[in-house]
Design a protein. Structure first.
Lengths: 113, 115
């Protein structure tokens, strides 16, 4: 069964460092998303991406964040200068069409120290 | 305002009991989509169901059933004959029609099934 895969599963980084979280969406999906979940809290939307551009982004997704689809399979989230409050589980998701169900990856747990 | 409320923070039941997780949503839209996701202790988010606002039929899938009541803006989820493997955090989410992209999430209900 096709699935969304994310790497790494856990990343520890020092405050101020850049991190890149990687995702491989389901191959025939066209819409890609990043969400985050601070430990014990609700899931929050960060950004959606379609046709090689950002479709929608939340207030959380400020200039420190960027997304890219560098090739036909990967979808990355970059945080330029990490802060302690960026520590969270980051989920990548993809959908075939906008209103169909989103399939999520296993998540990357980012810990900023 | 678009909002999802899951008032039950945590529910604990004994195995084989039935349990209902509540979800109440707010939206001005007449067209929208509702979802339930399960987050087991391993952390991933597992899709359970999608419902569009024009389809008020209740749905049953094995031990799972969903009751969509547009009049009360609720989309409740019932697990019949609960099992220990059902222990997880369950999230209800809303996708408004003016946003084809983002899901608005409830805070989640942590369900503990005791043997």
């Amino acid at each position: 069964e096709p699935e969304v895969t994310q790497t790494p599963s856990h990343q520890v980084t020092q405050m101020g460092q850049e991190v890149i979280l990687r995702c491989v969406p389901i191959s025939n999906h066209l819409y890609f998303y990043w969400y985050r979940q601070i430990l014990g809290q609700k899931v929050e939307f960060l950004v959606s991406f379609y046709n090689n551009e950002i479709s929608e982004k939340s207030e959380i997704f400020d200039d420190q964040f960027s997304v890219e689809r560098p090739d036909g399979s990967n979808f990355t989230l970059k945080i330029r200068s990490t802060k302690l409050e960026d520590s969270a589980m980051y989920f990548c998701a993809s959908t075939r069409k906008p209103n169909t169900e989103a399939f999520f990856g296993q998540g990357t747990r980012l810990t900023v120290v | 305002a678009q909002k999802v409320t899951q008032a039950q923070t945590e529910i604990s039941v004994v195995e084989k009991e039935d349990v209902t997780l509540d979800c109440v949503y707010e939206t001005r839209d007449t067209t929208y989509y509702l979802f339930w996701y399960k987050q087991p202790p391993s952390g991933e988010l597992v899709f359970l169901i999608r419902r569009n606002s024009f389809d008020e039929q209740n749905e049953i899938s094995g031990r799972y059933s969903w009751n969509f009541q547009k009049s009360t803006s609720s989309f409740n989820f019932t697990i019949t004959a609960s099992q220990v493997v059902d222990s997880a955090v369950y999230f209800c989410a809303l996708r408004p029609v003016d946003s084809n992209y983002q899901l608005i999430w409830g805070a989640g209900t942590k369900l503990i099934i005791k043997p």
